[in-house]
Design a protein around this ligand. Structure first.
Ligand SMILES: [Zn+2]
Length: 434
């Protein structure tokens, strides 16, 4: 075989292998590579977690010689980012060296193979039926599966699991909600439970985030965010008051009167939201809805950043009593046409009617044309105005300075006088042309 060809084959093979390395393309100081190697040795010795001070001691190893705490923190954050370890700034004394160990701990909670002794506990029944788990049951489950591998680490493990939205602590209790274990219920049953079909229930259109692919775990991050932000409603089964949190569906009260509710649900590729009002007073929901939409989008970006996910979605809408999981209309399409044909209702809907409950800030300028009522009530800056102001600030404040810097780079102030003198005829010619 031609030796050049052989070399080329080898070169491709090496670069292919290198590209598969998780930190390929990152510039890493030599100290970091040695430190990473030391961590690998600890992992091989089945050390699952260590404290921050142990990590600092390791960093002082003569070959590594990393003595600055900030350098150690930078290293740990990087290792967490690439998935080598699990480290959170606010839980410094629990650094998980072996991420698989956390997965094993999580498996303890969702396993079907449970010690029969535990299955007789009341809190086990509560967990199975309502997805709420007590701290003492968690401790027992860890103990029965991991044995000494998790001794005394329940509290820390719970903190880390909360960070990953695997569990949510119910305020001021020793109880946790586990979104992936919430009871299943059909959407129609939820509707019946809260009386959506009742004539006094007014519903906005559906706001949908339509994903190319929506992993249930991604929805769980939203789910946890909603639970922390809003108050889940209580539903009654005749005997007792139950939580309204179900797998893939949750309902929240938005105010004390409980007349305004937020319904959040998901399908295979969509997260859908709808605002419900049982009040007979005429209320303006536009600002509530717009704020929810903005928060939701901001949150989805935050989740993507936090978990380093590449997930795409589009903003869609659906008529108020339409099925949120099929034939939704994209905002981009709705902007193109003033009305559209709804297959489900075999009728035409006005695009603005479908979008406006959730897009007040965007549509406001149009609404003020039709009615000046909102103009007096609200002095909100629309998105277009905001962008316009940004451009103005950019031109007046930033651009001037940027041009000055670039100019000084091209013609250093020390030689400027000389350049002007030399190029005077050219400059005058250009000035005249101007
Ligand atoms: Zn429709």
């Amino acid at each position: 075989m031609d030796s050049d060809e052989e070399f080329e084959r080898l070169r491709l093979q090496i670069s292919g292998t290198a590209r598969q390395m998780h930190n390929w393309g990152e510039l890493m100081p030599l100290k970091w590579i040695l430190f990473e190697h030391l961590i690998e040795i600890n992992k091989k010795e089945r050390k699952d977690f260590i404290t921050f001070s142990e990590m600092v001691d390791m960093a002082k190893h003569p070959d590594i010689n990393m003595v600055d705490i900030d350098d150690v923190l930078d290293f740990l954050r990087f290792q967490h980012k690439v998935g080598n370890i699990i480290f959170f700034n606010d839980i410094p004394n629990f650094i998980i060296l072996n991420p698989q160990w956390l997965i094993d701990a999580f498996r303890c909670l969702v396993s079907h193979d449970i010690d029969p002794k535990l299955q007789h506990r009341n809190d086990w029944i509560e967990f199975e039926q309502n997805g709420q788990i007590s701290e003492s049951l968690i401790t027992e489950l860890f103990k029965s599966k991991l044995g000494s591998r998790c001794l005394g680490q329940t509290e820390n493990l719970l903190k880390v699991m909360e960070k990953f939205d695997i569990l949510v602590r119910i305020d001021k209790t020793c109880l946790y909600i586990m979104p992936s274990m919430m009871p299943s219920i059909s959407f129609d049953d939820v509707c019946k439970t809260i009386g959506i079909e009742q004539p006094q229930c007014k519903r906005t259109s559906w706001l949908c985030l339509k994903f190319e692919f929506l992993p249930p775990a991604f929805f769980n991050h939203f789910y946890v965010w909603f639970i922390r932000r809003y108050t889940p409603i209580k539903v009654s089964n005749g005997k007792q008051s139950l939580s309204s949190l179900f797998r893939g569906i949750c309902i929240f009260d938005l105010d004390q009167s409980k007349c305004t509710k937020l319904l959040v649900t998901m399908s295979t590729d969509t997260i859908a939201l709808q605002l419900l009002s049982f009040s007979d007073e005429e209320k303006d929901f536009y600002s509530i809805c717009s704020n929810i939409r903005k928060d939701l989008i901001e949150q989805s970006e935050a989740i993507k950043r936090r978990y380093d996910l590449t997930i795409f979605y589009e903003l869609h809408f659906k008529c108020s009593n339409g099925r949120y999981y099929e034939s939704t209309m994209s905002h981009a399409d709705l902007k193109q046409c003033s009305q559209y044909y709804c297959e489900q209702h075999q009728t035409v809907h006005q695009s603005e009617e479908i979008c406006s409950p959730w897009m007040r800030d965007v549509y406001e300028h149009k609404m003020t044309d039709v009615s000046t009522k909102y103009d007096r009530q609200v002095s909100v800056i629309t998105l277009e105005e905001e962008n316009y102001l940004r451009i103005v600030i950019l031109i007046i404040k930033v651009a001037k300075r940027a041009v000055q810097v670039t100019f000084d780079n091209e013609f250093h102030p020390l030689v400027l006088q000389e350049v002007i003198r030399k190029e005077y005829p050219v400059l005058m010619k250009l000035k005249k042309r101007e």
